[in-house]
Design a protein. Structure first.
Length: 267
């Protein structure tokens, strides 16, 4: 473990925040998804064992973003449409959400609705970029990018007495809760992702989603590209402050190869 990781763990422990552990069903799905020899039928069977994950997979599969043209009647059909990475993202997000019963449901819903909206936009726009192969990882990173906010609110519920968290102000809520502890919500979210064995580039992207890269970075690694994809998704969902987007925009326009009109929020 690096000194930086040790310092992060110490800061999280000092803050009193407890990190949830993945349950057995999710660990089994992760094992199957990571096995290159496993088939989508095995993934579908693992998904079917958890009703909440099954419902979430069907809901996402019905999204027009993924080219849905008819309802998926079976879990296998939904899994085939989405693929292993997106199914794993949905299962991970659903499992984590289930562990936040002590945070008001409306607050958790607001955070998860923003994350899902950003994930869809990030996935879509990455297909128009010069690295479309990272689209599924962008979906995974974006779907998890603000989970740290919920974990901080679980530790500091009094914050909700004077700040009404809703879909339109989750980004502002993140800024406010970051001032309450010694570690920010992006770092907490990334640490959860690492504990839950998500890909390293995805974990780093979550950690960096409020840290714009230098525009002259001519060889950005995957985590930088994924963090920029999150920023674009936030831009298209109107969940990023103009001054922050101004810091991301030079890198995005110079390095991502995305048409200018695709960077703007939908009319």
């Amino acid at each position: 473990m690096s000194p930086q990781e040790e310092a992060l763990i110490d800061a999280i422990l000092a803050s009193g925040i407890t990190l949830p552990a993945p349950d057995a069903q999710l660990l089994e799905l992760m094992r199957i998804a990571a096995d290159e020899d496993s088939g989508l039928d095995e993934v579908a069977r693992a998904v079917s064992r958890t009703p909440a994950t099954t419902g979430a997979v069907f809901r996402v599969a019905s999204s027009p973003v993924f080219g849905q043209v008819r309802p998926r009647k079976t879990v296998l059909e939904a899994v085939v449409l989405l693929g292993k990475v997106k199914v794993l993202a949905i299962a991970t997000s659903t499992a984590l959400r289930s562990k936040l019963g002590d945070v008001p449901a409306r607050v958790v819903t607001a955070i998860w609705d923003v994350c899902f909206a950003v994930a869809q936009e990030s996935w879509s726009v990455m297909h128009a970029s010069n690295t479309p192969r990272l689209a599924d990882d962008a979906f995974l990173a974006a779907l998890m990018h603000d989970v740290g906010i919920a974990l901080i609110l679980r530790r500091h519920p009094d914050f909700l007495a004077h700040f009404d968290v809703n879909f339109g102000n989750v980004d502002d809520a993140g800024l406010h809760v970051d001032g309450m502890i010694e570690v920010n919500h992006a770092a907490i979210g990334a640490h959860v992702a690492r504990n839950w064995k998500l890909p390293e580039a995805v974990c780093d992207a979550i950690a960096l989603h409020h840290t714009p890269p230098e525009p002259d970075d001519r060889q950005p690694d995957e985590s930088r590209i994924l963090s920029a994809a999150i920023a674009i998704g936030r831009r298209r969902c109107a969940s990023i402050r103009p001054e922050e987007w101004a810091c991301w925009e030079p890198f995005v326009r110079e390095r991502m190869g995305i048409p200018a009109d695709a960077l703007e929020p939908p009319a």
